[in-house]
Write a protein that binds this ligand. Sequence first.
Ligand SMILES: [Zn+2]
Length: 406
Amino acid sequence: VLDARLADCAALQTLLTNGGRIAASAPRANACPDGAPPAAGRTLVAGGRVVMPAFVDAHVHLDKALLLGVAEAQGPLAPRLEAAIERVAALRDLVGPEQIEHNAERALARLVRHGVTAARVHVEIDLAVGTRLLELQLALAERWQDRIELELVAFPQRGLEPSGMPELMAEAMARGASVVGGCPYVDGDPLRHLDRVFALAERHAAPVDLHLDFSDDAGRSLLDRVIERTLAHGMQGRVNIGHVTTLAAMFPSAQASALDALARADISLVVLPATDLYLAGHGEPGTRSLAPIERAIAAGVRVAIANNNIQNPFAPFGNANMLAAAWLAGIVRRAAGERARWLHAMTLGPARILGLPRHGVHVGEAAHLVVLDTVDPGTVVLEAPAVLATLRAGRLVYRTESPALR
Ligand SMILES: [Zn+2]
């Protein structure tokens, strides 16, 4: 990559990759040890535009992506969590596996086009579909592995109480899911749900990723219960929680102690602005249903900003664009001064949650990169510029047709 603008470098840099890693980073004249230019056809001229670590989406659903049209055909949509769960469940009979696969591939293409080179995917495990959606996404993960690395979570969207569900979740783990998902708020007994999730994770030595506290009512928070179980199972550093909009509804002192407790238990937090702001925040006027990203990071919590759903009843707005999600979260949190933290929450923060090796623009790091259509690293979160190119392991996996890039 020639003439790359890096955040921490005054002069434009040339990045050389080798074996999927950054082999050298230097001003153009010094980049090639023998002075010879890199082979023709294997260079990308960034033209002074920003080159930065590629994005990692720590939480996305491919098996219900792009279902908005078919959902709307069933009647008007209510912007409520329960309504969204019900509507999408009802679509399972109407939308066949070919359509789901087609939509999932369209969503993957959008992720890559928006600079995402790794994602944690929540896969619905449900008695109506068995492990079919898992098989489908295991095949997708293999087919797309050169472009984007997918980690699959077994996710019980309709709870663990229906008879046969705990066994089906165990089967999903045996068949290749690598993270145990959970959704305690859909079960009548959410604590039993948590116990089952942690027990299954222990049996498979797998991490836990919970949809948690998706509510405007701080009194319904299960954070303490999750922290208790994380410590009891010795799972510090291996538990992630998504949504947690209750944090936004807590009084400041309760919020601060919750964030401290999460940091001490090394539980990471994923915020999902396009869904959190759409489905929650029905309480007090002025409530903005998004967990306090900057305060969580300041308290020492690993945080990611992620896509979650793409154009369906959970999130009608959105296009698998991480920069758009971060831009939205920046406005809601009034976080213009927190841009560096925001960038971290889209790149290295989620990479650590997924346990990926370090990637970026420095020598030795995995060469998963994006080229953005801006020359100012300080404005990336403010502008949400277009992604001009995505590189995974030093290979170009997306480039714009735009003449902006040669
Ligand atoms: Zn989700």
